[in-house]
Design a protein around this ligand. Structure first.
Ligand code: ATP
Ligand code: ATP
Ligand code: MG
Ligand code: MG
Ligand code: MG
Ligand code: MG
Ligand code: MG
Length: 278
């Protein structure tokens, strides 16, 4: 090998495609479990909502937030999680592939590492090993980013109401899967609430918030230090001094990650935590 010059081969580098994401935009990386329908059956996840599985997803996502201070918020439901990078994020020069693969592999590593903590009696065994896909989408402003987050939470609500009703009909009502599916076809939310209440005495409003609302993760630091890390909208990354940037990153790194199950569609959540999108 010593006889070859590296310069003879280096041209292959030119085949790489650029994939830098547009500057000054919100980057959302959404990951989703591969084949979790089958995987959840195999490991006996409780239907429709296995609390252990959700807690494991959230625990892995908290570790991702801790490792990547550029993330400002994350939202999770079922086998998916959306991680949001601030517009001034410069991690990996904003290269799509680098950002997505780092999130996916860090999340997967923690999901597997922590599995036994949440499923002590059900060890992982090939070929049913958890893996995740991921993609990045950019959003041009905070308004559209919030609509993205709202979209995921509305999806959580619709799916959870459907699944809760379906599994009551099957597990408590003794109906077949196809039979329950047929009856639910074309029903609206009010119909499902009525089925739950009239047939099973269940008031959907009393279901756990984690099931109805999903999980939002954000940094808690400004609750203790209200002024410490205000970065105003009119001051883009380039204009912040090095030391100022370092200070913000350090504070983010030290901050506790809050785990909440609350409405993120209305203004209230954001009004009370202005630092999340600032
Ligand atoms: P794909 O690989 O296309 O994502 P998938 O089988 O993972 O396929 P999804 O649409 O992502 O399909 O749905 C995830 C499925 O995983 C749910 O429909 C549900 O069956 C199961 N699941 C995920 N989380 C839980 C949980 N906490 N409790 C019970 N079941 C769950
Ligand atoms: P980046 O996050 O930018 O990839 P990095 O520290 O991973 O940074 P690389 O250029 O990927 O840097 O280099 C990987 C480094 O990991 C090597 O330089 C070497 O120090 C170490 N390394 C990797 N594999 C081995 C190995 N099998 N034995 C010893 N050292 C290794
Ligand atoms: Mg999918
Ligand atoms: Mg999936
Ligand atoms: Mg999914
Ligand atoms: Mg390397
Ligand atoms: Mg490396």
């Amino acid at each position: 090998p010593a006889a070859y010059k590296i310069s003879r081969f280096e041209y292959v580098k030119n085949f790489e495609q650029p994939d830098v994401l547009l500057p000054n935009t919100w980057i959302v990386v959404r990951i989703d479990g591969r084949g979790f329908h089958k995987l959840s059956d195999h490991y006996g996840f409780v239907k429709p909502n296995d609390r252990r599985a959700l807690d494991l997803m959230n625990a892995a996502a908290v570790e991702v937030m801790k490792e990547l201070p550029d993330l400002c918020i994350a939202y999770g439901v079922s086998d998916e999680f959306s991680f949001v990078f601030h517009p001034n994020c410069q991690l990996f020069e904003r290269r799509n592939g680098k950002l997505v693969t780092t999130i996916v592999s860090t999340f997967t590593a923690y999901y597997i590492y922590k599995w036994s903590e949440f499923f002590p009696d059900t060890p992982l065994k090939p070929p049913y090993l958890p893996s995740f896909d991921g993609r990045a989408v950019i959003y041009p402003n905070a308004h559209i980013l919030r609509d993205y987050m709202s979209w995921r939470q509305v999806d959580c609500h619709i799916n959870n109401l459907y699944n809760t009703t379906f599994w009551h009909m099957v597990l408590k009502g003794g109906m077949g899967n196809t039979e329950a599916e047929l009856e639910l076809k074309g029903t609206v939310a009010a119909d499902k609430n009525e089925i739950l209440f009239k047939r099973f005495g269940v008031n959907y409003n009393n279901e756990l918030e984690i099931y109805k609302k999903g999980t939002v993760l954000y940094r808690q630091y400004e609750l203790e230090e209200p002024q410490a890390t205000q970065v105003s909208e009119e001051q883009p990354e380039e204009k912040q001094s090095r030391s100022q940037q370092d200070k913000v990153r350090k504070l983010r790194r030290k901050a506790q990650v809050a785990v909440d199950h609350v409405d993120i569609i209305k203004d209230d959540f954001w009004d009370r935590r202005p630092w999340i999108l600032s």
